[in-house]
Design a protein around this ligand. Structure first.
Ligand code: NAG
Ligand code: NAG
Ligand code: NAG
Ligand code: NAG
Ligand code: NAG
Length: 187
C-alpha cells in the first residue's frame, strides 16, 4: 500500500478537470483496473445537522404510531441534506453535502441507521461521492461507520468514517459532528 495522502480541501478557485463519467470512460477505467495503484486518502470535515428552526437540513418524513412514546424515538425517519464544512463554525467553507436518510433503529439505545452519500463540491473531489451504510449510536464518543463505495475519484472505494460529536443541542437535537474519513481507492 502506498503512502497516505491527507486531506486537503484547499477549496481553491482553480478549476479542476472533472473525471469523465460517460459509460465508455467507466468501462475503460474498469478494464485498466489491474494497472491502477491503490491509495489511501484521509478526509476531515464537520457535518452540520439542523433539525430545528426555519431552515432545517434534516426533515422527518415518517414515524410509527408508537414513535412518540419510545424513549429512543424508534421508527423516526429523516431525510437530510446537511452541509459539510472545513471547520466547525457555521460560516466555515462548504466542501460538500451529506444527502440521504437516517432512522432511529434502536429500541433500547438511541442509535441511527445511516444510509447516505457524501457529495463533494470542492477541488479535486468536486462531483465525486462516498456512500455510507452504518450504525450511529449518537451518544458514544466515537461512532465507526463503513464506507461501502463511491463514484468519480472514489470509484470502488471502501473505508471507515469515524464520527465524534462536536456540539449538540440536547433540546432540539441540532448537532455539529466531526468526521474523520479514511478510504482506499485507486490512483
Ligand atoms: C492504465 O493505467 C495506468 C496507470 O494509471 C496508465 O499508466 C496506463 O496508461 C493505462 N492504460 C491505458 C490503456 O489506458
Ligand atoms: C399502532 O398501529 C398498530 C397497527 O395498526 C395497532 O395495532 C396499534 O394498536 C397502534 N398502537 C398505538 C399506540 O396506537
Ligand atoms: C465567521 O464569523 C466570524 C465572526 O462571527 C468571523 O470572525 C470569521 O472571520 C468568519 N469566518 C469566515 C470563514 O467567514
Ligand atoms: C464543481 O463542478 C461544477 C460542475 O461540474 C462546477 O460548476 C463548479 O464550479 C465546480 N466547483 C468547484 C469549487 O470546483
Ligand atoms: C437549543 O434548542 C432550543 C430549542 O430549539 C433553543 O430554544 C435553544 O436556544 C438552543 N440552544 C442553543 C445553545 O442553541
Amino acid at each position: 500500500m502506498g503512502k497516505i495522502a491527507t486531506i486537503l480541501f484547499l477549496c481553491s478557485m482553480v478549476i479542476v478537470q472533472g473525471i469523465d463519467e460517460g459509460p465508455k470512460a467507466v468501462e475503460h477505467w474498469f478494464k485498466n483496473l489491474s494497472q491502477k495503484k491503490e491509495k489511501i486518502t484521509k478526509l476531515h470535515f464537520y457535518l452540520h445537522d439542523t433539525v430545528s428552526g426555519k431552515n432545517p437540513t434534516a426533515i422527518q418524513v415518517a414515524q410509527a404510531n408508537t414513535t412518540s412514546q419510545s424513549p429512543t424515538l424508534f421508527g423516526a425517519t429523516l431525510v437530510l441534506d446537511d452541509k459539510l464544512t472545513v471547520g466547525p463554525e457555521t460560516n466555515s467553507t462548504i466542501i460538500g453535502r451529506a444527502q440521504g436518510i437516517y432512522a432511529s433503529a434502536g429500541m433500547e439505545e438511541l442509535s441511527l441507521l445511516m444510509t447516505l452519500n457524501y457529495v463533494f463540491t470542492c477541488g479535486e473531489y468536486n462531483g465525486s461521492t462516498l456512500s455510507i451504510l452504518g450504525r450511529n449510536p449518537i451518544f458514544h464518543m466515537y461512532r465507526e461507520m463503513p464506507i461501502v463505495g463511491g463514484s468519480g475519484v472514489f470509484r470502488l472505494a471502501r473505508g471507515i468514517a469515524t464520527a465524534k460529536t462536536y456540539w449538540l443541542n440536547t433540546t432540539s437535537f441540532d448537532a455539529i459532528v466531526e468526521y474523520n474519513v479514511i478510504v482506499i481507492h485507486y490512483e
